[in-house]
Every structure is written in structure tokens, then in C-alpha cells.
Design a protein. Structure first.
Length: 206
């Protein structure tokens, strides 16, 4: 059973493309200090993943028991390979390695160690189209806007000028994939409102 850790964002789904085929996707719902745009737009996160044909399940994790509950779920599913989309944050990698070890599964991190700017170009050159659903206030002009290879240069010039990570690995921005090579059809959406939540900006999408 090859299981992918998914959010509906570009990095996790691109990792799936690189590791294809996948048997099952999992969306884990954490109690984050910062509002999580994927969780706040859970309906669209699930919709974009099911548009790829990947079966998806979700699990709300209990605060303080996240690791144990994740291990229990993966063990119940009989996961023997776990796919994740980490790129350079060591703590994330070590966390996933420890979970995989407990489950007795192999961890596959196809994006690990790639240069963030080169990886961003690679993702969008491979046909990914996204909606920006969360941003740092420095990127507020991009909230609720589409991003694709057509306007990537403009976006990256803004990001570099602000000295932010072009990939958004530290949460500088979050994306909802609306089309990719894995999608059977492009998903439609309506941005119903933009919100400021605890100094982070989020687009609510239907």
C-alpha cells in the first residue's frame, strides 16, 4: 500500500506525480497556531485531490497525540511506502522518518534536497496551475490569484525582491492546485472572501 501525505497544495501533489502511482492519499488535520488555508478550505482541498482519481481519507488529529494517531492510521492501512513532499526542512524530514520507521514502511521524499527556485520552475513547467489561498502580508496582492507558468516570472520577481522563499516552504504562501497532469479535469472555484487571521491572509474558496 503506497500512501501519500497530501494537502491539496502544489508540493505534495508534485511529489505524488514524481512517485506515481499512489494507492491512497491522506489529509491530516492538525491544530496549527497559524490558520491553515488547506484546512479552512477543506472542501476544495478534497475536491482537487479526488479530481486526480486518488482515493482520499482525512483524519482530525488530537492535540498532543498527533504522532501516535498518525502511526496508528498508517499501520491500520497497512502502508508499506509513504510519499511526502518535504524539500529542505530537516525537522519535517526527521519527523516523517521516525513515523515511517514505527510503521515499518519505506519513506519516499522525491523533492528532498532540490533547489527551491529550480523546483518551483520545474513544478509549473510540468503544467501545474494553482490558486494562491494563503499568504504572508508581504504577498497580499497575490492572494486569491491564479499562478501558472504564464505569470511565474512576475511572481518570482516579487518573491525575490521581498527575500522570501520562492517555493513557500516556510508558509510564505499556500496553494490549491486547480489543474495538473494528474487531473482528469480542471476544477472550478469562486473566491468568496479574503480574510486576515492572526496576521496571516487567507482566501475562502467554494
Amino acid at each position: 500500500m503506497r500512501v501519500a501525505m497530501l494537502s491539496g497544495g502544489k508540493d505534495s501533489l508534485y511529489a505524488v506525480l514524481k512517485a506515481w502511482p499512489i494507492d491512497l492519499g491522506i489529509i491530516l488535520i492538525y491544530d496549527f497556531p497559524r490558520p491553515n488555508p488547506h484546512i479552512l478550505n477543506m472542501g476544495k482541498s478534497i475536491e482537487t485531490l479526488t479530481a486526480t482519481g486518488i482515493p482520499v481519507i482525512t483524519l482530525k488529529l488530537s492535540k498532543g497525540r498527533e504522532r501516535n494517531e498518525t502511526i496508528r492510521l498508517l499501520s491500520m492501512l497497512g502502508a508499506d511506502e509513504i510519499v511526502a513532499g518535504d524539500v529542505y526542512i530537516e525537522d519535517h524530514l526527521k519527523y516523517m522518518e521516525s513515523i515511517a520507521k514505527e510503521v515499518g514502511a519505506k519513506l519516499k521524499e522525491p523533492l528532498w534536497g532540490k533547489d527551491p527556485e529550480e523546483l518551483t520552475y520545474e513544478i509549473f513547467s510540468n503544467g501545474f496551475e494553482v490558486l494562491i489561498i494563503g499568504t504572508d502580508k508581504k504577498l497580499k496582492d497575490w492572494l486569491g490569484k491564479e499562478l501558472s507558468i504564464d505569470n511565474l516570472e512576475l511572481f518570482l520577481s516579487n518573491v525575490k525582491r521581498l527575500r522570501l522563499d520562492p517555493l513557500g516552504e516556510n508558509g510564505e504562501y499556500h496553494t490549491l492546485v486547480i489543474n495538473s497532469p494528474l487531473h482528469r479535469q480542471r476544477i472550478g472555484y469562486d473566491v468568496v472572501r479574503l480574510e486576515s487571521l492572526n496576521d496571516y491572509l487567507v482566501a475562502r474558496v467554494l
